[in-house]
Design a protein around this ligand. Structure first.
Ligand SMILES: Nc1ncnc2c1ncn2[C@@H]1O[C@H](COP(=O)(O)OP(=O)(O)OP(=O)(O)O)[C@@H](O)[C@H]1O
Ligand SMILES: [Mg+2]
Length: 504
């Protein structure tokens, strides 16, 4: 794109039936007959006395008078003499671009447009500096995630804008969501103390980020100890039973009645006094079996449920890992749940993790963090009928977390299945290629800043291209996500590659 540097003169505003008006104008492109030097989606500018009007090319229409009459064109065609060979058709071809006004950039700030540009005004490709400021990018301290799709400008939003009010990454499978997260993680890792380092916890459902555990600061030319990456297998996870109330235990099994919860509450409070150093589910089961003040039916039912829970092997006396230790500035903790086939086990881990993170952050026992949750629709689904233990906790973080920087980054390939409560709390969305009409509709309804034409464009995005909507940038912006700097060593590029690698 460097062949068309910023500031290039693109054309002249023309007068049409409806414009120029405050929100829209058309301009005729300069350049020879074969040349189109404006692209749909690119940012353009018109300098006026009031400031610089920033607009975006919405569509392009090419016209040629010689080809306006179908009969005439057919006549020459059937004679075997194309019009081109007889008339100077090329000279009569021109292109009109329709542009939508995004704002007025005046005295270093954006003002809502309140006047029209004049017919005859010169349209230029938007200058990089003005555009970066207009979009509210932070080229110095921001996250270098890629480049603008239609402009020679780096896409570097500030951490505050991108993450401080939750982020949802939505797209169909294979569109590049996890790849984008890897790029985001790289950017978070290289931040310095002065720039502010965020603690990151990744719930890695498929073990896709495990490769990062071999990444050292030296690989990025940074001094050792600049960042830390810890990989924790789900099977090593242990939830301390003494931290679970009767209600919490009740929520882990379906169908516990309120009377049974009441009995369990009493048992839990008694065993807490006796076994001060903690207890296992086995201890609790034994205690219940010996407690004859509870009816035999209730005893059997409670013991049965708790034995089932114990079989998940997720519970013990102590918390492993200690949540306080996994959340640290400059640290990424990967919670790898790829060993678990059971959705319920994944949900139990996420449920405990989210409630502990929220609890500790509220009391300022841990620093600000972002919890990255892959397959978010499995943990906070819209449907009430689906089993979803962590749903209410994730909804609480979504609603309240932004006040004390307990932040969410939710990833889903089925936005339509994701809780609307949660989705609407995500002030920022990165939307990659998505073709499912139901998902598109859901995205359109849950995201305020997105207009019809941007929504249509989502279906045409390529892998690794994203539309950022919300507070990240001042207007919805199309971005090409950059390549990652650190690649997993073992991944296969495609099926053929995977077959060759495994056929030893
Ligand atoms: N920005 C990018 N640059 C280069 N290649 C990319 C980019 N984004 C995605 N890809 C390619 O596309 C592949 C699929 O991307 P990714 O695994 O991120 O998809 P996904 O949206 O997470 O899919 P799923 O929903 O199935 O998890 C990647 O392995 C990579 O090869
Ligand atoms: Mg993925």
């Amino acid at each position: 794109m460097t062949e068309f540097p910023a500031g290039t003169r693109l054309g002249t505003v023309v007068s049409t039936d409806s414009g120029p008006n405050v929100m829209e104008f058309s301009f005729v492109l300069e350049g020879g007959p074969q040349e189109i030097i404006a692209r749909r989606g690119e940012f353009i500018s018109v300098v006026t006395d009031e400031g610089t009007v920033i607009a975006r090319v919405q569509d392009l229409v090419r016209t040629n008078r010689y080809y306006q009459h179908a009969e005439a064109v057919r006549e020459y065609q059937s004679r075997g003499e194309p019009l081109r060979s007889i008339f100077p058709t090329d000279r009569w071809q021109y292109t009109v671009a329709m542009a939508r006004v995004l704002g007025l950039w005046a005295n270093g700030r954006t003002v809502r447009p309140y006047f029209t540009v004049s017919p005859g005004a010169i349209v230029r490709r938007a200058g990089e500096e003005t555009l970066a400021a207009f979009l509210k990018l932070d080229l110095k301290d921001g996250l270098h995630l890629g480049r603008l799709a239609y402009q020679n400008l780096e896409f570097a939003p500030s951490v505050d804008r991108l993450l401080s009010k939750h982020l949802a990454i939505l797209a169909m499978s294979g569109a590049g969501k996890s790849y984008f997260v890897s790029v985001l993680l790289e950017e978070l890792l290289v931040r310095t103390k002065e720039q502010g380092r965020l603690s990151v916890v990744v719930v890695d459902v498929h073990g896709e980020y495990t490769y990062l555990k071999d990444l050292t600061p030296e690989e990025f030319g940074l001094p050792s100890g600049h960042f830390e990456i810890e990989h924790i297998r789900g099977s090593h996870f242990q939830i301390p039973v003494q931290m679970l109330s009767a209600e919490a235990l009740g929520s882990l099994v379906a169908g516990m009645s309120s009377i049974q919860v009441r009995d369990l509450r009493r048992v839990v409070s008694e065993i807490k006094k006796i076994m001060k150093k903690g207890y296992t589910l086995g201890d609790l089961v034994e205690y219940i079996r010996n407690d004859t003040s509870i009816s035999k039916n209730t005893r059997d039912a409670l013991a049965g449920w708790l034995v089932n829970l114990d079989e998940t092997r997720l519970f013990g006396k102590e918390a492993v890992p200690s949540i306080k230790n996994i959340v640290r500035p400059g640290k990424i903790t990967l919670i790898d749940l790829s060993d678990f086939i059971s959705l319920k086990k994944k949900q139990i881990v996420v449920s405990f993790l989210t409630s502990e993170l929220l609890h500790l952050r509220r009391r300022e026992k841990i620093p600000p963090f972002v919890l990255i949750l892959e397959e978010a629709h499995q943990f906070c689904p819209e449907s009430r009928h689906e089993l979803a233990l962590p749903k209410s906790r994730i909804e609480t973080i979504a609603r309240e977390g932004r006040k004390f920087y307990a932040l969410l980054c939710l990833i889903s390939q089925r936005p339509v299945k994701l809780s609307t409560t949660v989705l609407s709390q995500c002030s920022n969305q990165a939307i990659l290629r998505c073709t499912n009409p139901y998902d598109l509709d859901h995205i359109g309804r849950s995201s305020e800043g997105i207009d019809r034409s941007s929504l249509d464009a989502i279906t045409t995005l390529e892998i690794g291209e994203a539309l950022f909507v919300g507070e990240t940038v001042s207007v919805p912006t199309f971005v090409k996500i950059r390549q990652r700097k650190y690649e997993p060593k073992s991944t296969s590029k495609n099926l053929t590659d995977a077959m060759i690698k495994t056929d030893k």
